[in-house]
Design a protein around this ligand. Structure first.
Ligand code: BGC
Length: 762
């Protein structure tokens, strides 16, 4: 027994004694228990349950069974297993009758009558689908994200779901990785803000409310750092990078109260995450004080045999359980081997009690012991307020990347050609991980424009789907273009091209989309390229052929109306990139918060390979860290996104240019909407610690805020931060803020250095 366990045990003993005394003085037993303190009654009840559980039942609590989302029928033996107390949780039970029946068996017929917890991947909406998480991050609006996840929870709970496998807060710096679509992008601060918003939205103000879902911060950890962006691949992340970048959003998720965590598939520096005691015990439990439970990913325990980290499933179970991984998703290595492992003293029943305690604690917090059933009334699904919220989020996520000659917004008098495989693709616009969203509820851009008599529309698909390589419909598309004033070309990727196991080595537009754009360009008509995709798309082959680029991500159920509002100027675009957008795939990784190196880029000295003389003498031309063919800049930087308006930043000030460690520092800026239309602006504050005991990134996002401004209106943005916000995890494994020179930028994106401030920290 560890020191911590001895302490907890003694503490529980004392509480139990106190409770016995109180109980003997009062007959309203359960009330008295609840009054002792907000936490102890639950722990006491758990003690009492665990003391009566058989070993088989305890092992049962660690088991999460389920079916693939595609299998409709519930296998019969599962009911018997629940009756015997051999299952603690289910995933993907989408038949309400089955869910109710399984729960009834658990709470009425199983030995300890412990309720089940039903889980599902409710990632960016349940029925009402919001933009993919990467798109939601582009909104830079955590309150919208919180609202969206609250709505997802309200809808999902009508199916008995009380646990979502979200948010995915893996830092994703490689757009080849398909799961970048599920992430909040490359930045630890933005991802942390999103993590907090998702957790609070899913869990609501009170986890025990029947519409609250337990959140699951995933994947712990390093999954987004998979080598080469190939899903499931190895992650090598040194300790400083791990703490300074990858762990940050997860720490925020703990602080925001995330009830559960999920381990990742990858091995981290040689140790698979599902058996990694350093991250699961030392960091998550001991350092961060997490008291919820951790679930494995789908089969990730037994996959450690493939990793070559365990010789068989028994050894895999031994390694994971000793790392205190509480629940096993789908595979059965705990069920098959834990008893044996305990008999062989490779794990103790006492330790298993701690694991069961973690799981029961969350079941109690969810109120499942008091109210195990759910309200199946699903009249709330696709509620008009839910749809409106999904539309608002989609509008705020749409990111304007290019707008030559202010071609956007388009006015109603123009004849519009709507072309492209994503213009009327109700399923595709929902994006990855939408098990429950139904395409029949999607409003596509074509439908949205057609439904408005103010617009004269000509439509030709041109290509049937994004990977379509056939040119049979090119002529029809060209004819439609010729008879119109402007072309709206809806391009991108089908939903299935991003998400889990859908990494791509080439992130150009797939199929014959580029060819069609080139053909349409020959008509001389302006082209507005609207992208729907789960990742940045490299545009080098066609960027000069289009007049405007709008990134709509996969915008969800209400993508059509949202896009129409942005394209026609009802709403000014306000999305900002949550990820640097590469010119070519070979530039990856190209995140903004890289290190300076000993030979940082000097833009004036950069030599493109076409300018190198033939048979040039060997030299380190340009002398800096860049590519001869692709330079050093991304196509578009992190934080970038245009508006239909313009903004002036003025009166920029800092509270002190000589602050001391421990001070709160305030930066103020007056922002004026100098354009003609109402618009939202996201002001970003970046910092750089110029000299450190470890090299520091060239820039780090410190704060951001989004505010709406009417034309001509000015507002002051005030950013406050403490010197702790400037700290980093050092070589001595401690967080430190080091005195010295710092720079700050009040910026419109990560490469904007027009408003620089300096301070010296004492
Ligand atoms: C994914 C998880 C997901 C789980 C359950 C796994 O393949 O990696 O993110 O929550 O399946 O569907």
């Amino acid at each position: 027994m560890t020191f911590l366990q001895v302490k907890t045990h003694t503490y529980r003993f004392l509480i139990f004694g106190l409770l016995v005394i109180l109980l003997s003085c009062n007959s309203k037993t359960s009330d008295i228990g609840l009054n002792i303190s907000s936490e102890n009654p639950i722990e006491h009840k758990i003690d009492s349950i665990i003391s009566k559980m058989s070993l088989d039942e305890k092992i049962g609590q660690t088991a999460q069974r389920g079916k693939s989302s595609r299998v409709k029928e519930l296998p019969k033996d599962l009911k018997e297993a629940v009756r015997n107390g051999h299952i603690g949780s289910f995933l993907n039970i989408m038949n309400k009758k089955d869910a109710k029946e399984l729960q009834r068996i658990a709470v009425e017929e199983s030995p300890s009558k412990i309720p089940l917890i039903f889980a599902r991947d409710v990632i960016h909406g349940f029925k009402t689908i919001f933009p993919i998480p990467l798109g939601q991050a582009a909104s830079f609006n955590p309150s919208l994200v919180k609202e969206g996840s609250r709505i997802a929870a309200i809808e999902a709970s009508t199916y008995g779901i009380r646990w979502t496998f979200a948010p995915m807060i893996d830092i994703a710096r490689d757009p080849r990785w398909g799961r970048i679509a599920e992430s909040a992008g490359e930045d630890p601060y933005l991802t942390s803000k999103m993590a907090e918003a998702y957790v609070k939205g899913f869990q609501g103000d009170d986890l025990s409310s029947p519409t609250s879902l337990a959140a699951c911060a995933k994947h712990f950890i390093g999954y987004g750092a998979a080598e080469g962006g190939r899903d499931y691949n190895t992650a090598n992340i040194n300790d400083n990078l791990l703490h300074n970048v990858y762990l940050k959003p997860f720490k925020t998720a703990v602080d925001a109260g995330s009830a559960t965590f999920m381990t990742s598939f990858n091995d981290l520096n040689g140790v698979p995450a599902s058996a990694n005691s350093y991250i699961l015990k030392d960091i998550l439990r001991e350092k961060w004080g997490f008291d919820g439970f951790v679930v494995s990913d789908w089969n990730s325990i037994i996959e450690m045999v493939n990793h070559g980290f365990a010789k068989d499933q028994k050894e895999a179970a031994e390694k994971s359980i000793n790392a205190m991984l509480d629940m096993e998703m789908t595979s059965t290595s705990y069920q098959d081997h834990l008893k044996e492992l305990i008999d062989e003293s490779k794990f103790s029943e006492k330790e298993l009690d701690e694991i069961v305690r973690n799981i029961l604690r969350i079941k109690f917090r969810l109120g499942l012991f008091d109210n195990p059933y759910f309200d199946p009334n699903d009249s709330i699904l696709y509620d008009k307020n839910h749809l409106l919220s999904a539309q608002n989020t989609a509008e705020e996520s749409i990111t304007l990347l290019k707008n030559e000659n202010k071609i956007l917004p388009i006015d109603a008098k123009k004849k519009i050609a709507i072309i492209g495989p994503l213009a009327d693709a109700p399923h595709e616009q929902l994006g990855t991980w939408t098990f429950d969203g139904e395409k029949d509820h999607s409003i596509t851009p074509l439908q949205a424009f057609k439904g408005d008599n103010n617009y004269m529309i000509n439509y030709s698909k041109g290509l049937s789907y994004s990977r379509d390589k056939s040119d049979t419909e090119f002529d029809s598309a060209i004819n439609v273009a010729k008879s119109s004033d402007v072309i709206l070309f809806f391009a991108g990727e089908e939903a299935i091209l991003s998400g889990e196991a859908h990494s791509r080595a080439d992130i150009n537009l797939p199929g014959a989309q580029e060819e069609l754009i080139k053909e349409l360009h020959k008509t001389g008509k302006p082209i507005i390229l609207i992208l729907m995709a789960g990742r940045p798309i490299t545009l080098g082959n066609i960027l000069d052929k289009v007049d405007a680029v709008l990134m709509a991500w996969h915008p969800g159920t209400m993508g059509g109306p949202a896009l129409k509002n942005v394209i026609t100027g009802v709403v000014s675009p306000s999305g900002k990139l949550p990820v640097s957008w590469p010119k070519v795939v070979g530039q990856i990784p190209i995140h903004y918060n890289h290190k300076n190196t000993g030979r940082p880029v000097v833009p004036e000295e950069f030599v493109h390979m076409d300018s190198i003389p033939i048979r040039a003498w060997q030299s380190s031309l340009g002398n800096t860290s860049h590519y001869l063919d692709a330079g050093f800049l991304p196509e578009y930087p992190f934080g970038y996104g245009l508006s239909y308006s313009t903004f002036k930043y003025s009166d920029i000030s800092i509270s002190s240019s000589n602050p001391k460690i421990g001070d709160i520092i305030t930066v103020k800026v007056l922002v004026t909407n100098t354009g003609d239309v109402k618009a939202k602006e996201t002001v970003q504050l970046y910092f750089r610690d110029l000299v450190g005991s470890l090299t520091r990134p060239v820039k780090e996002l410190l704060r951001f805020e989004k505010i709406a401004l009417n034309s001509g209106e000015s507002k002051q943005f005030v950013f406050s931060f403490s010197t702790d916000d400037l700290s980093f995890y050092g070589l001595d494994k401690k967080w430190v803020t080091e005195p010295g020179d710092f720079k700050l930028w009040v910026a419109t994106h990560a490469l904007d250095e027009s408003n620089e401030l300096n301070f010296v920290l004492k």
